[in-house]
Design a protein around this ligand. Structure first.
Ligand code: NAD
Length: 553
């Protein structure tokens, strides 16, 4: 894959020496050999010294370490990605634990907030509301003819940070970076797209440097028409691509997913990817407590895309273990900004109705815990410090090993910190968060909090889908991904309280998830390619590995 991609570029562009140096896919910087420099017209364009990729990596890391803050590190890595993609992915691979929070959450959040001010080079496609009628033409401006994965956002709900308009482009770019870094989906197959439909963020509209169209978001009717044309154009121009919806407001997200999920190969990571990684976390947590999933009761704080997505997947998992539909749903309780989601409420949005049970209303989280005695508390509210000492201790009163997930991103939005969860339960909490927290020492014991990072799941799902050209993405695939991921946390990880495998194993984890997803695709007759004899071997063989190609014999 890698070689053919590079050769296609070379054939298409017949680039001169300077063009090669300015093409991040072809550029190797000082790693061009003297022979290559002569043959490709690079002599004189580079300083004399030759550095191997290992030497280049060491140099990059030294420079990275000198950056004074995380945003500068993000800017530095982005510049490297724009200059030399192979080197960027090699460095990222070598320092994945350290650099993942820079290229994705939490630092990508700050990067998006300052995207207009720091914007240097284009990456991906911007499609404006004004482009209606010619979206397919714009998609054809993308230099690659073969696209495997598209991540698209309209920038309205970036992480927990709200409407960032066109500045949200940092998210599709960052997510696709993780497809490559975590699963080895080839970077040439990845296309980030922002639908620039305006912004209702007045601060951005008042900013003379704002990179997006400076008007309010378009009305719902024009929005739906734009989305219809966009999806149709994707099917026409990139018919085998997987389309991932990312960071849409929940007012649109559920509708878009239900409109398109049976029409093309697509999914919504905020709903389904989050569900996959959180279900994996719950399954792993139950490996620690030794309890079956069917004996649990789940209380969600927040009933948006993340919460409802997780609830639906948990309910499917319970049904798969034999619980009837209604009972499975009754095990998942939700609290939103108005209180417990119950049948008697008249203000519920449609996506909450499946979880509106015939229960007495309660207004506060603490009250809901004391009355319903959940075994797991899952924070997906975007409201920081809402898991107070009283809330966490109420969970510890009704459970020997309370499961407490504070998933809101970025770090500043987490419902509680890892240290608080451990301190307030005297180390009994099984904790996970959305953004990373450092290890915590309590009474001489070291606790390593797990990060329920969607990056454990969506890259592997994408790899599996693209490796067998699956025609649809199903919830069953996310269920398979969750079971695979949960099984890959080692006994050693669990002993430290960490319910996810180390990120250093992410390529292996992604390959296994891809294999499980591909198995579902074959079982459900959704794969377009003939089944290889060795499915895992096939998946590993298509994984991109960042190393330089020899350009001349
Ligand atoms: P959303 O806007 O769709 O939903 C937020 C929900 O929180 C809504 O139901 C809202 O009513 C509820 N809420 C708001 N204020 C509340 C309050 N004071 N008390 C109770 N509920 C309240 O957003 P989302 O996509 O569901 O994301 C929610 C959070 O989850 C974000 O911070 C996001 O970063 C995080 N998230 C984490 C992961 C992960 O850890 N892997 C994945 C996805 C989302």
């Amino acid at each position: 894959m890698s070689k053919s991609c590079i050769l296609r570029r070379k054939v298409r562009l017949h680039p001169s020496g300077v063009e090669i140096l300015h093409d991040p896919v072809l550029n190797k910087g000082t790693a061009f050999t003297l022979k290559e420099r002569e043959a490709l017209g690079l002599t004189g364009l580079l300083p004399h010294a030759y550095l191997s990729i290992e030497q280049q990596c060491a140099k990059v890391k030294e420079n990275y370490d000198r950056k004074p803050n995380d945003l500068e590190k993000w800017i530095f890595l982005t510049a490297l990605q724009d200059r030399n993609e192979t080197l960027f992915y090699r460095v990222l691979h070598e320092h994945i634990e350290e650099m993942m929070p820079i290229v994705y959450t939490p630092v990508v959040g700050e990067a998006c907030q300052k995207y207009s001010a720091t914007w240097r080079r284009p990456r991906g496609l911007y499609i404006r509301a004004e482009d209606r009628g010619r979206i397919a033409q714009i998609l054809r401006h993308w230099p690659e003819r073969e696209v495997g994965v598209i991540v698209v956002t309209d920038g309205e709900r970036i992480l927990g940070l709200g409407d960032l308009g066109a500045n949200g482009m940092g998210i599709p770019v960052g997510k696709l970076t993780l497809y490559t870094a975590c699963a080895g989906v080839h970077p040439c197959l990845c296309l980030p797209i922002t639908l620039d439909v305006g912004t209702n963020n007045q601060k951005l509209l008042d900013d003379p440097l704002y990179i997006g169209v400076p008007h309010q978001r378009i009305d719902e009717e024009s929005y739906d028409a734009l989305l219809d044309e966009f999806v149709e154009a994707v099917q026409t121009v990139f018919p085998t691509a997987l389309l991932q919806f990312e960071d849409f407001h929940n007012r649109h997200a559920f509708r878009l997913l239900s409109n398109y999920r049976d029409k093309l190969c697509c999914f919504n990571d905020d709903i389904q990817g989050t569900a996959g990684v959180t279900l994996a976390g719950l399954l792993s947590a139950l490996r620690i407590s030794g309890k079956p999933i069917t004996s649990q009761k789940y209380l969600f704080f927040g009933a948006g895309e993340a919460g409802i997505g997780i609830g639906e997947l948990v309910a499917s998992a319970l049904q798969a273990k034999g619980l009837p539909h209604d009972e499975a749903h009754s095990r998942c309780l939700f609290l939103d900004s108005k209180g417990l989601v119950v049948k008697s409420r008249t203000d519920l949005q449609e996506h909450k109705l499946a979880f509106a049970h015939d229960l007495e209303f309660c207004a506060t989280l603490e009250e809901a815990i004391r009355r319903h005695r959940p075994t797991a508390l899952i924070g997906v509210s975007g409201q920081p410090q809402t898991f107070t000492r009283e809330v966490v201790q109420a969970m510890a009163e009704v459970n020997e090993r309370p499961i407490i997930f504070a998933l809101s991103n970025p770090t500043s939005k987490a419902e509680c910190t890892a240290a608080q969860a451990y301190d307030w339960t005297n180390g009994r909490a099984i904790f996970a968060s959305g953004s990373p927290f450092p290890a915590h020492v309590l009474n001489g014991q070291r606790f390593v909090p797990g990060q329920a990072n969607n990056a454990y799941v969506f890259p592997g799902v994408g790899l599996g889908v693209t490796a067998v050209r699956a025609r649809r993405v199903t919830d069953e695939m996310f269920f398979a991904a969750a079971e695979t991921l949960a099984a890959m946390a080692s006994e050693d990880d669990l002993a430290k309280g960490c319910i996810f495998p180390a990120l250093t194993k992410i390529r292996e984890v992604s390959a296994q998830i891809a294999c499980a997803v591909a198995e579902v695709a074959y079982r459900r007759h959704l794969a377009s390619l003939p089944r290889p004899l060795d499915l895992l071997g096939h998946i590993q063989s298509v994984q991109y590995w960042p190393e330089y190609e020899e350009y001349i014999e």
